[in-house]
Design a protein around this ligand. Structure first.
Ligand code: GLN
Length: 384
């Protein structure tokens, strides 16, 4: 058996969702919304299923969706791309796997920014990459020149970047992005930029794609997700956008992983991407309202939360909240004894070290948030 996967436990998202179901807990662990999907997009998918759009799609995706994705980024992010540069994938995680297989030559050093979305590291290792970490730390999770300079070298082949960042809930600012881009250009490094949260940014922030920085367009594979844009995470429709040579090698990997993605869902997503600004604005304001209500509920119950600049997640600082437990212990007992599932942030660091930080998904209806807050208050009482 392959030792990297033999050593892997079950993903924290699967584990916590399973525990939540078993203990009938409110699930604020795995990040998925329980409101917000557009009915007309669902209707399009249902129609497409009924109208016979049920056989293999083209390997790189339906032309109408590839064009829709290119147009989406041309108009919303000013990227000069065309449909040939787009490959549709079965979720962003498949796109990440395909990109890592396609871009890493065994022995390449790969720069990563822990806390890490859990798929990155095992896939980098399996592809033969040697990880170099730019460790981000609470409460501000800032990228600095000093840590970047220590991680990049002449052996660096790839940087795996994530912005907005899950689980830190950071939207990196222009200065931080410029630092990352300068290091990529200086060391002639490829970039995999996981931007699945690009539309879920708050308080007037604007998403800046890494590929828009000087020297980056020709070296960046950008990953996006329809699951996040339309609050349909179970659809597993994602994509990768890359300059032509990288798009070709990306597709060479993708063709042997998922090969193609359900055509009916692709049709519905292509339709959805045609929505006007007001769709995106109201999606964002719905999640911002949920975030604010979660933040005030947490505060009322004695929790100290870190600022959530983007994504579906708010982080609580247990130590500052008067909880005398590490994040893992807190989450394990909270789901079993208090009916609330959350994610301990320490699992996203490469070497096991307990943190005081717990991730909560706030993309929920008011009644779900209220039930979750009740559970959290009980869990806080366990450790006081
Ligand atoms: N992106 C989701 C999260 O961070 C989880 C994805 C998954 O469950 N694989 O919660």
């Amino acid at each position: 058996m392959n030792p990297i996967f033999a050593a892997q436990g079950t993903s924290i998202f699967a584990r916590m969702s399973e525990l939540a179901a078993r203990h009938r807990a409110v699930n604020l662990g795995q990040g998925f919304p329980d409101f917000g999907w557009p009915e007309d997009v669902l209707e399009r998918a249902a129609e497409a299923v009924r109208n016979g759009s049920n056989q293999y799609a083209p390997m790189r995706g339906l032309p109408e969706l590839r064009e829709g994705i290119a147009a989406h980024y041309r108009t919303r992010q000013g990227l000069e791309i065309d449909a040939d540069q787009v490959t549709v994938t079965s979720g962003a995680t498949e796109a990440i796997a395909a990109a890592l297989m396609a871009l890493i030559t065994p022995g390449d050093e790969v720069v990563l920014f822990p806390p890490l979305y859990d798929a990155y590291l095992p896939l980098v290792l399996r592809a033969g990459g040697i990880p170099r970490f730019v460790r981000l730390a609470p409460p501000d999770w800032r990228i600095t020149e000093e840590v970047l300079a220590a991680a990049f070298s002449d052996l660096t082949g790839l940087v795996v970047f994530n912005n907005p960042h899950n689980p830190a809930s950071r939207v990196f600012d222009e200065a931080e992005l410029a630092l990352v881009a300068e290091h990529c250009v200086r060391h002639d490094v490829l970039a995999l930029s996981d931007e699945v949260w690009e539309h879920i940014v708050f308080d007037g922030r604007r998403h800046i794609p890494l590929a828009s920085l000087p020297g980056m367009a020709e070296r960046t594979i950008k990953i996006g997700s329809a699951g996040k844009i339309f609050s349909l995470t179970g659809w597993k429709v994602g994509w990768a956008v890359a300059p032509p040579p990288l798009a070709a090698i990306f597709a060479a990997a993708h063709q042997f992983i998922a090969f193609c993605t359900p055509p009916n869902l692709q049709q519905a997503v292509a339709f959805g991407l045609g929505k006007e600004d007001d769709y995106y604005d109201s999606m964002r304001s719905g999640f911002a309202a949920a975030r604010d209500s979660m933040a005030s509920g947490l505060k009322e119950r004695g929790f100290v939360a870190l600022p959530a600049e983007g994504t579906y997640f708010v982080l609580i600082d247990l130590a500052a909240s008067g909880v005398s437990a590490g994040d893992v212990e807190f989450c394990e007992r909270a789901v079993r004894e208090c009916g609330i599932a959350a994610i301990p942030v320490s699992v996203f660091y490469p070497s096991e070290s307990a943190t005081n930080v717990v991730r909560l998904c706030f993309a929920k209806r008011p009644e779900t948030l209220a039930a979750g807050l009740d559970g959290l208050a009980k869990a806080r009482a366990l450790f006081r």
